[in-house]
Design a binder for this molecule. Structure first.
Ligand code: FAD
Length: 669
């Protein structure tokens, strides 16, 4: 932006009518921030700030005359910059940025967040999360290092881009015929993000042309394909290649990866390091219902949507009421003859004013043409969807309504949502009782209401809350004997998230295997990224890295990839052949993590969810604030690892044998 600033400013003012038209409708908060950044005028900030009351409040109305003042001044300021040919103003100092940020979201933005937010917003040209060699790579000791990445979704592609930037040799193995992972496989009607797209996207590949605030699957897939083209990644990806095993060879300190191609042929290749980017939500979960196999009509999982099945006029049974059902159900309800929804436990769902809205042309124009508008919108959305609810998800031991909520704030949220749902259901208290969870809000993934409650009021939709007994060739039979005939069954039953890395056979040092170490439901890792006894193996979206209080998985992915690439840089620059996390460091981290998670909503006794196993251990989801995780992942700490040079035994690097994981590196929030 700094170099292109003059060009951007001249383009912005080139067509004054277009500029004014865009500003007439563009979001006020990012517009105000741009004005303050370009002028340094804090008076206008103070004048508008009292009208902004919350993180989403840029959607609400600041009085029109005040808005017009901001618009007029921004036009004049941009014109000034263009005619005077001034260069971009320096980035405001931290205290000013903090005042701006706090005003923009109508709540104090603490100091500690500023570095994270600046990194996410990326004001300058610099790719803030890229890893660079410490020294001139031409002067590095000779190295011939190869990394294998498993998976070409958001995680694997991010790793591929970073390795390519450093010139580290890599190959990606992808079982599908193309890139995209989640966004390739999930084709069900209504499939979309729940996280605003202007930050559910890489910080280093900003897209100012999203057509929706919460985009649909096709648009996200197109974005992923664009990324793949831009960084020329296809030549590095072997498609139709499903990794079946990864075995660490202690004699050579290398991994041997075996994969199966589309014709079922097996081959293998050796490499120095493996990065697993297989996703948490890639293996469908099929419920164990007696007789499911006997159903004679079409039956498919939402992640394997059968496009050849025409649902028009059919009696459809949908099993499950989670995130995919929330999107698919309302999208098919008006086409089918009848939709019967089988609910085991209800979900909480909140309304978001932008969920169904297209990005206005004005906002798109402003995002593309007005300097810094896009950075400030990213900030706004990041803040609005990040750590805001985290504090309210902790159990208050003195809270007396502990069966249904955790504390006062959580209870208020409960009441707000109940009121909203009651309104959507037109006061139908019987239906309300069926769809309001008995557990506290946020116990399971908080969904975005996709007109779910209005759908339930349709004549042709029926929610069933009684338990299913079995399935016959033509129907679903309930425990009380009621028979519900169906032409099609859709399984909206989610994924085998806890059974992480399954069905890959991963074997590390000393006979360790991932399945023996983790079982089918107890994955653990240090920072979710490394596991003791598995040298040079790194995980993206591993144990306890899913997000359930806010944020975007892509943010977490970028944190993990930076950390992993820093680790690989350390190996190459120092000539290590192996690097594996210390058991004590790993155990201490997991002890702290478990303690933290147990004090939060996901461990509430009233919740059953894919976030935890049947011993009530949270295995999938991160209990940390985004800020805390970011802090832990920012700088790779070699002393957390045992390292070895060729022919040597693994040991602590350097002299810092005292460098046990220090309590101050673990968050206290
Ligand atoms: C319907 C849906 C909506 C979602 N919405 C959001 C949202 O709004 N916000 C959010 O933050 N997250 C959301 N998520 C989570 C989403 O999974 C992540 O955001 C992100 O896409 C994960 O990317 P990934 O690359 O880590 O995993 P994936 O996208 O799952 O990619 C994994 C890749 O690995 C490949 N693979 C797996 N096993 C092997 C193997 N053995 N050999 C070779 N290749 C293999 C797969 O084929 C796949 O391409 C959603 C998930 C789903 C299912």
């Amino acid at each position: 932006m700094a170099q292109d600033f003059q060009l951007a400013v001249r383009e912005a003012v080139h067509d004054e009518a277009a500029l004014k038209a865009a500003l007439a409708e563009a979001d006020i908060a990012p517009m105000l921030m741009v004005l303050v950044q370009l002028t340094g005028d804090l008076d206008i900030l103070e004048e508008v700030a009292p009208y902004i009351h919350g993180a989403w409040s840029f959607l609400q109305s600041v009085p029109e005359p005040l808005k017009q003042k901001v618009r007029d001044r921004l036009v004049a300021t941009l014109q000034d910059y263009a005619t005077s040919k001034q260069i971009a103003p320096p980035q405001p100092p931290a205290d000013v940025l903090q005042r701006m940020m706090s005003a923009g979201v109508g709540q104090p933005v603490p100091d500690e967040y500023i570095p994270l937010l600046l990194e996410e917003m990326r004001f300058g040209e610099e790719d803030t999360r890229a890893v660079r060699w410490h020294n001139d790579p031409a002067k590095l000791p000779p190295w011939d290092f190869k990394v294998i990445i498993i998976g070409a979704g958001f995680g694997g592609l991010c790793a591929a881009i970073r390795l390519k930037q450093l010139g580290i040799r890599f190959e990606v193995f992808e079982k599908n015929a193309s890139v995209g992972g989640t966004w390739l496989e999930n084709e069900y009607p209504g499939c979309a993000v729940d996280t605003p797209n202007h930050f559910y996207s890489y910080s280093f590949h900003v897209n100012n042309r999203w057509t929706q605030h919460f985009s649909r699957r096709d648009e996200i897939l197109a974005y992923i394909e664009d990324v793949t083209r831009t960084y020329d990644l296809r030549p590095h990806i072997r498609f139709g290649a499903e990794a079946t095993s990864a075995i660490f060879d202690e004699k050579t300190d290398r991994w041997q990866l075996t994969w199966r191609d589309a014709e079922g042929r097996e081959e293998s290749a050796a490499c120095n390091a493996v990065i697993s980017a297989v996703g948490q939500l890639n293996r469908a979960s099929i419920p164990k219902i007696t007789g499911l196999d006997n159903f004679s009509g079409p039956l498919f999982h939402t992640a394997r949507w059968d496009r050849t099945v025409d649902l028009k006029g059919k009696r459809v049974a949908m099993i499950g009421t989670g995130a995919s059902a929330m999107q698919a159900g309302p999208s098919i309800a008006s086409d089918v003859a009848h939709l019967r929804i089988f609910q085991r436990t209800p979900h909480w769902a909140m309304n978001n004013p932008n969920y169904h809205r297209a990005v206005s042309n004005s906002n798109r124009w402003a995002l593309e043409h007005i300097p810094y508008f896009s950075n400030w919108l990213r900030f706004q959305l990041f803040w609005a969807s990040s750590d805001g609810f985290h504090a309210s998800l902790h159990v208050d031991p003195s809270w007396t309504s502990s069966a249904v909520s955790l504390n006062e704030a959580n209870h208020k949220m409960r009441e707000l949502i109940v009121d909203y749902v009651r309104g959507e259901l037109g006061g139908d208290e019987e239906l309300l009782a069926k769809v309001i969870p008995s557990y506290p809000p946020y116990g399971k993934r908080m969904l975005r209401d996709n007109y779910w409650y209005r759908m339930l009021k349709r004549e042709n939709v029926a929610p069933e809350t009684d338990p299913i007994s079995h399935v016959t060739a033509e129907s679903i039979v309930m425990k009380d004997g009621t028979v519900h005939p169906a032409d099609v069954i859709i399984l909206a039953t989610g994924f085998q998230a806890s059974r992480m890395l399954w069905p890959l056979d991963i074997r590390g040092r000393d006979g360790h295997t991932i399945r023996d170490d983790w079982g089918d439901d107890d994955p653990r890792g240090y920072l979710g990224v490394t596991v003791p006894h598995y040298p040079n193996l790194f995980l993206i979206y591993g144990p306890n890295t899913n997000l359930a209080h806010g944020g975007s998985i892509i943010f977490h992915t970028e944190c993990q990839v930076r950390y992993i690439v820093q680790a690989l840089r350390e190996m190459i620059e120092r000539g290590y052949t192996t690097m594996e996390v210390r058991q004590d460091v790993h155990d201490q981290y997991n002890h702290r993590l478990d303690e933290k998670a147990q004090s939060m909503v996901w461990a509430h006794p009233g919740v059953t969810s894919w976030y935890k196993n049947d011993r009530n251990r949270i295995t999938v989801t991160s209990p940390w604030r985004l800020l805390d995780y970011w802090g832990m992942m920012r700088h790779f700490v070699p002393e957390d690892f045992l390292v070895a040079k060729p022919g040597q035994k693994p040991e602590m690097p350097g002299q810092r044998a005292d460098a046990v994981i220090s309590a101050d590196r673990l968050p206290v929030s």
